[in-house]
Design a protein around this ligand. Structure first.
Ligand code: 26Q
Length: 812
């Protein structure tokens, strides 16, 4: 296949950029803005993706390969230009080409708005998986929503979070291709006619799902898949017939729904449930995707019996789980199947990934709302539930997808899936023991584990060029980028002090760059030799940013009490957004900012403690922070974090972890070695026991004077001036403490002390950091996708076929 990186020269790229500037944008070089150059470069790069993109599609259909359809409400792709350039091997050439025009490459890259079409981990995972599937030559389509506004932009106003809309589409998006021929009419509401098996649904309103395609190019440009995002369009600009009948309001309603449905991404807000528009979004993108998948399958003139051999559908959490009912509907209505056959076939096509066990985050819809929006599907859900009962006569009576007037989407998704997976070993075990206990007993082979992974192209090679350069030089070539387990070969170098100095120098240069950036952003320039301690993730009580804040307060207090002591300088860096409706999370944001304000202006600190909380944490900020981190905070209450993926990115880039036995931390610790990981806190069994205790918080506070003092300082109005400001947080800590912040505090604090001591031995620390990098290869998302191919999608054969094709050999 094509090898784009071999065929291009800087001159070619320069020519292509100039052509696009002239003919696609209509600008003359002297008058071109950074934005113009960025679009011109994007189009020049895009030209080089189109060929492998077509070739991949041809190979898939000619070879009758099985393809995966990854259905996700979220794809947190971030900036695309740099990713594409890196995967095509064009980085040096693009830089040189722009330099030749007197244009700064980095400025052009940073001009691109982020595609923040996701909340956090789940959405970013989908983006990493798209990249890995393209790298592995796994034929795949991503299906999602083309939100006009992605996740809100965060700003701080006197320390309080303020949300504003982010408009990533305000200028031309060079990565998308509109596909007017791929459009589906999606109905909502109305009524169902007939009581036989083939019913006719008369929706009250409908919206057109219009496709926009983005190519996703794999490493070295050998394979490209499609990310298809749906946008809402009115069926007619105005329903003239209805208007003429005098139904003025109804005629306009469909149009207004069309304009609303893909307007905005819902922030992950476990407290706010039952939003009608959210259910409409879920059905809208799922129905369009299922119809698209089935239309494409039907165009291949194979019998419907072949469907499970050609099509796998992966549901990213329950958000697309209405796909099950829609698939059954299409199999009945358009493919003439009987209900039972359709329901049985659906199980052979569908799979479901679970990302949470938190009871309040498990998706449910009231039967009334469900029936109002999707009357035909509500009937189907009842029949699917009944079919599952008939197929499993030993099913306990209480095991049903519909309970007390609520539709339980997790149960429904489980019943309709051939495989259900958790995202880390611990999480999968807990799934079997808790939420899916009964279903697991009924279907003991259905639940499998696929531990999450991250793409090393973005999160190591591209984000951390200094370290990547050292790795390449040490290992002799770049093969490690797509065979990440080869990082193991760095292990012997961890005992070579000259090499270790270079490893440390790479980290230090990243820290210098981050210090300068923090200086520009916040006016704080930390000493690059301080310990950079990083907690970056959504703000949530279970993730326990409060634990970190309490330790920060305690540290500040102690330095003030004993300013003469030899304190290890630390920079506490926080990043993350709170859901707009999550009051407690917003108070935590406010507290971090108030603590930062007090600590950073305290002359007694003398650089020994700095708190930095840059606003609007997103993918691009992660790319700056992760390579510069010394310490990674993964401190959730054991049993609450399904996996985590930031934990993997940080460790891979040589940050040591302070963490609980939660999510993928368990496996990270196994891989890097317990001696290179700072473990603290209770495990899941201990958490459960402790929570059953009365007064666990009061006891922990009584046993730790440092904790009592830190809470007292907050309660006294030390941060922010008034005593009432944090009354609620103080009450939570002292009275309920559901996430056991108090109970884990003493161990956390003493482990932080161990870390200070360990950091003083720079050689020892660097060795541990290097061993983290060397042993994290298993967490490549390439490994995760291989696991999905073999454990979930039954795609090993086509993997081999595709591998042969990628290597340029004829398919056998
Ligand atoms: C639900 C209903 C209404 C509005 C929003 C939502 C919603 C949106 C996003 C609910 C949940 C999410 C996102 C969840 C998420 O990111 N989970 C994380 O998934 C990661 C990838 O598997 C894991 O590593 C994390 O542990 C998990 O928290």
């Amino acid at each position: 296949m094509t090898q784009p990186e071999m065929s291009a020269t800087p001159k070619d790229i320069a020519q292509s950029v100039r052509d696009h500037l002239t003919f696609s944008i209509g600008k003359d070089a002297p008058h071109a803005s950074v934005h113009d150059w960025r679009v011109a470069l994007s189009l020049a790069v895009r030209d080089r993706i189109v060929e492998p993109w077509f070739a991949s599609t041809r190979a898939t259909y000619d070879g009758k390969l099985k393809r995966v359809h990854y259905l996700s409400m979220e794809f947190l792709i971030g900036r695309l230009l740099e990713d594409s350039i890196v995967n095509l091997g064009l980085d040096d050439m693009a830089r040189e080409a722009l330099h030749g025009f007197g244009v700064d490459y980095d400025e052009v890259i940073h001009d691109e708005p982020e595609a923040a079409l996701g909340n956090g981990g789940l959405g970013r995972l989908a983006a990493c998986y798209m990249e890995s599937m393209a790298t592995l030559g796994c034929p795949a389509y991503g299906y999602g929503l083309r939100y006009e506004h992605g996740l809100f932009r965060q700003r701080f106003d006197h320390g309080r979070q303020v949300e504003t809309a982010e408009n990533w589409l305000k200028s031309r998006n060079p990565w998308e291709f509109e596909r007017p021929e791929a459009a589906y009419e999606i109905g909502f509401g109305g009524w169902v006619e007939g009581d036989g098996p083939r019913k006719i649904w008369h929706p009250a309103e409908s919206v057109i799902a219009a496709a926009y395609d983005m190519p996703v190019i794999g490493w070295r440009g050998r394979w490209a898949n499609t990310l298809r995002l749906w946008s809402g369009k009115p069926v007619q600009e105005f329903d003239l017939e209805r208007f003429n009948r005098g139904e003025y309001v109804a005629a306009g309603a469909a149009e207004s729904l069309a304009r609303t449905i893909t307007r905005v991404l819902y922030p992950d807000d476990s407290t706010e449930a039952g939003k009608e528009l959210r259910l409409k979004q879920e059905y809208f993108f799922t129905a369009a995707s299922v119809r698209d998948i089935m239309r494409r399958f039907a165009s291949g003139d194979e019998s419907i019996a072949a469907l499970p051999d050609r099509v796998a559908i992966q549901m990213n959490d329950t958000h697309p789980s209405i796909a099950g009912a829609e698939l059954v509907r299409v199999l009945i209505d358009d493919f003439g199947q009987e209900f039972d056959a359709a329901a049985d076939m659906a199980v052979r096509v569908l799979n479901y990934t679970n990302h949470t066990l938190l009871p309040e985050a498990l998706e449910t819809w009231s039967e009334g709302l469900f029936r109002k929006i999707l009357p035909r599907h509500m009937d189907l859900v009842e029949r699917i539930d009944d079919h599952h009962k008939r197929r499993n006569p030993s099913r306990p009576w209480e095991l049903s997808a519909i309970h007390h007037g609520q539709v339980h989407m997790g149960t429904l998704a489980f019943m309709q899936s051939g495989h259900v997976n958790g995202v880390s070993a611990l999480h999968t075990d807990l799934m079997k023991e808790t939420v899916f206990h009964d279903l697991n007993r009924l279907h003991p082979d259905r639940i499998v584990n696929v531990t999450n992974g991250v793409t090393p192209r973005r999160w190591l090679y591209s984000a951390n060029p200094t370290l990547a350069g050292l790795i390449t030089e040490t290992l002799g070539d770049e093969e490690w980028v797509d065979h990440l387990d080869r990082l193991k070969r760095l292990e012997p170098s961890a005992d070579d002090s000259a090499w270790l100095d270079r490893y440390a120098a790479a980290k230090r240069s990243n820290k210098v760059a981050l210090s300068n950036w923090l200086g520009e952003r916040l006016g704080i320039v930390p000493d690059p030799d301080a310990l950079f301690d990083v907690q970056i993730k959504r703000i949530h009580e279970y993730k326990r940013q409060l634990l970190n804040v309490l330790e920060t307060i305690s540290r500040w207090d102690e330095i003030r009490q004993n300013p003469g002591a030899d304190w290890q300088p630390r920079v506490k860096i926080f990043g993350g957004k709170a859901a707009p409706g999550y009051v407690v999370a917003k108070e935590i944001v406010h507290l971090i900012n108030d603590v930062a304000a007090v600590v950073n202006k305290d002359p007694a600190m003398q650089g020994r403690l700095i708190v930095a909380y840059p606003a609007n944490y997103n993918v691009s900020m992660a790319v700056r922070l992760i390579p510069a981190a010394d310490l990674s905070e993964q401190i959730s209450t054991a049993g609450k974090e399904a996996s985590g993926t930031g934990n993997m990115k940080l460790s891979m880039n040589g940050a040591l972890t302070i963490g609980t036995l939660d999510g993928a931390n368990v496996e990270i610790r196994e891989q890097v070695g317990a001696e290179n990981f700072f473990l603290f806190g209770m495990n899941t069994a201990e958490v459960e026991k402790r929570r059953a205790m009365q007064d666990h918080a009061a006891q922990a506070i009584a046993e730790s004077p440092a904790l009592a003092r830190a809470i007292e300082l907050i309660a006294a109005g030390t941060f922010g001036g008034d005593r009432d400001r944090y009354g609620r947080l103080v009450d939570i800590l002292r009275k309920w403490d559901d996430y056991l912040v108090c109970s884990d505090f003493a161990d956390y604090r003493s482990t932080q002390g161990d870390i200070d001591a360990a950091y003083r031995d720079q050689r020892g620390w660097n060795r541990m950091a290097a061993l983290n990098t060397a042993r994290m290869g298993w967490f490549s998302s390439d490994r995760s996708i291989r696991d999905y191919m073999s454990r979930v999608w039954d795609m090993e054969a086509s993997d081999e076929q595709a591998a042969r094709q990628r290597a340029g050999q004829p398919a056998g």
